[in-house]
Design a binder for this molecule. Structure first.
Ligand code: F6P
Ligand code: MG
Length: 460
């Protein structure tokens, strides 16, 4: 049983409701020094300052494009972001959204719900006395609000430059990966079943470690893949704490064997970061098609800039375009193939506002039934990254040995697998003693991104 020590000044309770097992990760429990607390206290102001600086540096571009109006808009966006930075740093009440956008009502209703947890007092939820997942998502939604309140620069992505830099800095590793894929494509017919499985496992692991490259953990600082990742896989194996890759293989190879009966095998990938990680996901998706383990891949990205490096449709198209225009002919061939898959409908990209909302995934069935129904069409769903894991498990302080199935709390649209490097103080489904042992030898094992998991849920 976990007990929160952050007693709310008015209600006597903390909104994390930590009087039951699996309570929410709260910013105020323990009051300071937790990873959650530091992401808001230190990392968020750093990210906001970088966003402000980016707007500043684009001043002349805004002027060239929109004249005086562009300059005024830049000033407005900067002042709104500075206000946001001040609100968060001084623990002000969390305020409703004002600008009309697709999810404004959903967000404001959620804010009312947070308020209702404070037992109908006039006290407002505040930055440092609220559940972490909610506050962090709220911060990114507010960054977006600052931009859309500043036309004509309201389509400016303050994180675009950082995402592009991540791609360019990882170019060597991207090149090696694309060449590897093309070589594999030419030999695929000659591979025995076991060899094919090994290649599948290799690409899964590349996609896992690609998740180290997110830009929110680094406070927006560059975090790219500078070495050839393929050569490091063996050394990284001991750091995979939950390894359900065999389940993925049996599921997809069985689908392939029964393909005459069911003509389609659909794998859905809920994307995370753009740049290097996105390339690893596209390489995996390409392999799934040409190995015949899947016949259709559906991708889900974010509708607004999110957690610095998350993939939007713009990033998705931009990465494919960059790969297509690479000098190396085999790398460029990957880009051409990927563009064709999209044109032919073998790759389908979906947007949904739910992914940038405040809700954990167990609420999807009620909050976004259309998205839930879409996911139900998949034979397998891969959830990339840490934030998706937090939303899958409700960002709760689960015991390490709680089964993944239970932590999903009724979210079972289709067989699913989380592919994630650990960057938040949450992990379920470990062997008895495994978590405690790691804590004793490496106190920060949950948050450095050094460890990873393939955690599967579904019928075996
Ligand atoms: O800001 C910290 C955090 O929320 C962590 O959970 C994680 O480090 C990061 O943001 C997002 O990681 P990912 O890109 O893997 O979802
Ligand atoms: Mg991310």
């Amino acid at each position: 049983m976990f007990t929160c020590r952050a007693v709310h000044s008015v209600t006597g309770f903390c909104s994390c409701r930590s009087d039951y097992l699996g309570s929410l990760l709260c910013l105020s429990c323990p009051p300071s020094g937790s990873f959650a607390y530091l992401t808001i206290k230190d990392r968020l102001p750093q990210i906001l300052t970088k966003a402000i600086d980016t707007l500043h540096r684009h001043k002349s571009e805004f002027f060239e494009k929109h004249g005086e109006k562009g300059m005024e808009a830049e000033k407005k966006a900067i002042s709104l972001l500075s206000k946001l930075r001040n609100e968060s740093q001084t623990d002000k009440p969390i305020i409703p959204f004002v600008e009309k956008f697709a999810d404004t009502d959903i967000w404001n209703q959620y804010l009312e719900y947070q308020q209702s947890l404070l037992n109908d007092t006039d006290e407002k939820p505040r930055w440092f006395y609220s559940p972490w997942l909610f506050v962090e998502c709220y911060a990114y939604r507010r960054i977006h609000e600052a931009v859309i309140q500043s036309p004509p620069i309201d389509d400016f992505d303050v994180f675009k430059e950082a995402k592009e830099q991540n791609f360019f800095e990882s170019l060597e590793s991207i090149t090696a990966l694309c060449i590897h894929l093309q070589e594999l494509m030419t030999t695929i017919e000659d591979l025995e079943e076991n060899q094919l499985k090994n290649e599948f496992f290799k690409l899964l692991q590349i996609s896992l470690w690609g998740n180290k490259c997110d830009l929110s953990l680094s406070g927006g600082e560059t975090s790219s893949q500078k070495t050839n990742i393929i050569n490091t896989l063996e050394d990284l194996k001991p750091f995979i704490l939950v390894n359900d890759m065999e389940h993925l293989w049996s599921l997809l190879s069985n689908c392939k064997k029964t393909r005459e009966k069911v003509s389609v095998t659909r794998v859905d990938i809920v994307l995370d970061n753009s740049g290097f990680e996105l390339v690893t996901d596209l390489v995996l998706a390409d392999f799934l098609l040409f190995s015949n383990l899947a016949t259709e891949i559906h991708f889900y990205g974010k509708m607004i800039p999110w957690f610095v490096s998350d993939t939007t449709i713009h990033d998705f198209n931009w990465v494919i375009e960059q790969v297509k225009h690479c000098d190396h002919k085999w790398v460029s061939k990957c880009g051409v193939d990927w563009e064709n898959y999209v044109k032919m409908g073998k790759w389908v990209y979906h947007d949904h506002i739910f992914w940038t909302g405040p809700h954990e995934f167990c609420a999807m069935f009620h909050v976004a039934p259309d998205l839930y129904a879409e996911l139900q069409k998949a034979h397998l769903i891969l959830f990339k990254g840490d934030l998706n894991y937090r939303k899958l498990t409700g960002d709760r302080k689960w015991e390490f040995t709680v089964p993944f199935h239970r932590a999903l709390n009724g979210f079972h649209p289709a067989p699913l697998c989380s592919i994630r490097t650990l960057k938040a103080e949450i992990q379920v489904g470990l062997r008895p003693g495994q978590g405690e042992q790691l804590t004793a030898s490496e106190p920060n094992w949950l948050t450095t991104g050094k460890y990873g998991i393939f955690q599967f849920d579904g019928p075996l």
